[in-house]
Write a new protein. Structure first.
Ligand SMILES: *[C@@H]1O[C@H](CO)[C@@H](O)[C@H](O)[C@H]1NC(C)=O
Ligand SMILES: *[C@@H]1O[C@H](CO)[C@@H](O)[C@H](O)[C@H]1NC(C)=O
Length: 517
């Protein structure tokens, strides 16, 4: 009888033990190259680091408990030329301009993170740090509001600042301050500043009631100023236009400010404002797939939809439902559940809005998805999309996929949160991070010396900008870790702010599912 190979089930030849081991290895190998980075992330660590980032961006006299030790005092004469004290606050990104508009948005998002996820943040021992991150910004916002109808919009000049590559501690560029007032209005800036102060007033209500009231008082006044004297702030402060132009106008910020004031005060007037202006301000008209420092409509619509219980008349219900349908459009577009207007994704699965600093849209979207999923979960509802109903779990899973992409679960295995994981951007476009620390060498480094000696270096930045979220990869999931590539390798305040809430939430979920197994 001719020897035949013994056949196993399905006719696959039975293999010897060592052959089977070999096959197993091949399977594992194929699995690993197909799913390269299935791993659990330490969201607690990510949260702690993201809060450190705000300390790196501090302007002014640093406090005794400053943890980021490569930084030192800076910007100590901000406002002096104009006779106002504008010392403090945050530098916006890799430069040293204090742009009020994106700063206020950052503080609204940080406060929102803390309002929604305070317990989870507390459980991780980061509550105090989160409050300090907010207060460092709101203390400054209070300073910028020098009288009822005057709000300082910006300190420093973008063009002059960008001409230099210098540590903030050595700054020699113009620190001129720019303001809005009755004759030079800025309803967008005022609306966002009101939102930030109102949101922060909720955060501090228990722990610091006096401060909370102070914030609320300013918030109401700033809102009234912005509402009464209408205009776009970048027409009044043309120096802001090349950097933070208010493309969407000011109507979204007025609705946004009113909603936050309603949340903070419960005063019906603000609620009525959001109802009355729903249509004329585009609140129920705009279906937009971007949520950002400029474009607040999705945020407005999401908060408004959660107020349906507040409706007292049929008409109010109808309007709030219109808000809700636009909010759903935004969320469904992120989830690829509309027929036509979905947000693009990279092959690696990352939401992709645009080339320059795309990560800001990712972290903001992940935040809104997480938040709304919680809301749906708690009210036993589901999301209505054109392609069908979506449950809260699916929304959270998608938000988590975006956060995990940020932390390294992506085709090139890069963590876009600086200092997190084993592979992260080493040449962040950031003046302070890329120049020798002031603590190590306090010899003055001039405007152009910085460019000559530090900017073009091939070596990694000497100071790790811990917890910063950089602009991120291109639409092919590729990332150039180059200091000159400010579209990809620069980090901004508002990129990181929404992460604080999501990291806390995801850690809680992780821990909960582990504990319940
Ligand atoms: C989005 O949905 C379309 C059609 O429903 C599908 O063909 C496409 O693969 C989806 N995109 C992603 C990234 O899931
Ligand atoms: C995580 O779960 C463990 C075990 O249930 C619990 O003791 C711990 O307090 C939890 N930690 C956090 C930060 O929730």
């Amino acid at each position: 009888m001719k020897e035949r190979k013994q056949l196993g089930v399905l006719g696959i030849p039975k293999l010897h033990l060592h052959q089977r081991n070999y096959l197993l290895l091949i399977f594992i190998f194929i699995f690993m190259i197909t799913f390269p980075v299935i791993q659990a992330f330490d969201y607690a660590e990510a949260l702690a680091k993201s809060l450190l980032y705000f300390e790196s961006q501090r302007s002014g006299r640093l406090p005794y408990d400053q943890r980021v030790s490569w930084r030192h005092n800076s910007g100590l004469t901000d406002g002096l030329e104009q006779g106002v004290d504008l010392v403090g606050g945050y530098y916006d990104a890799g430069d040293h301009v204090k742009f009020g508009f994106p700063l206020a948005f950052t503080l609204t998002m940080l406060s929102w993170s803390v309002i929604e996820y305070s317990e989870q943040i507390s459980d991780l021992g980061e509550y105090k740090h989160a409050l300090k991150a907010i207060k460092w910004g709101t203390d400054y916002l209070i300073k910028t509001h020098t009288s009822p109808n005057v709000l300082w919009a910006q300190v420093g000049d973008g063009d002059a600042d960008h001409y230099c590559w210098q540590r903030s501690e050595d700054m020699t560029t113009s620190r001129r301050a720019y303001k809005i007032d009755e004759k030079n209005p800025g309803s967008d800036l005022a609306g966002e500043t009101a939102a930030a102060m109102a949101a922060a007033s909720i955060v501090f209500r228990k722990s610091n009631p006096h401060y909370s009231l102070l914030l609320l008082h300013h918030a109401m006044q700033v809102f009234e100023f912005g509402d009464r004297y209408r205009g776009k702030y970048d027409s009044s402060v043309p120096e802001a236009k090349n950097y933070y132009a208010s493309v969407s106008g000011y109507k979204d910020e007025l609705l946004w400010g009113a909603l936050w004031l309603f949340k903070a005060t419960g005063n019906e007037d603000y609620f009525n404002y959001v109802i009355k202006n729903a249509d004329s301000f585009g609140g129920t008209g705009w279906a937009i797939t971007e949520f950002s420092w400029d474009m607040k409509y999705a945020g407005v619509q999401i908060i408004a939809s959660m107020l349906l219980m507040e409706a007292k008349t049929k008409e109010e219900t109808v309007i709030l439902k219109q808000y809700r349908s636009k909010a759903e459009h935004y969320l469904c577009a992120c989830l690829n559940k509309t027929h036509k207007n979905n947000v693009d994704r990279t092959k690696g699965g990352l939401l992709y809005v645009r080339q320059w600093n795309n990560m800001q849209y990712v972290s903001a979207a992940a935040f809104l998805l997480t938040l709304y999923a919680d809301y749906l979960q708690n009210s036993n509802q589901r999301l209505h999309c054109e392609k069908g109903l979506v449950g809260p779990q699916e929304m959270i899973t998608f938000a988590k996929s975006q956060v995990d992409y940020i932390l390294g679960s992506n085709p090139i295995g890069m963590s876009y949160l600086v200092g997190f994981g084993s592979k992260y951007p080493m040449k962040v476009h950031h003046r302070g991070s890329s120049v020798v620390s002031y603590r190590e060498n306090d010899e003055f480094i001039s405007c152009t010396q910085g460019y000559h000696n530090w900017y073009g270096r091939e070596e990694p930045n000497p100071n790790v900008l811990m917890g910063a979220l950089v602009g991120g990869p291109d639409n092919h999931d590729q990332f150039r870790d180059k200091r000159y590539d400010y579209m990809q390798s620069e980090a901004c305040l508002y990129n990181a702010a929404p992460l604080v809430g999501i990291f806390a939430k995801l850690h809680h979920l992780n821990n909960f599912s582990v504990a319940s197994q």
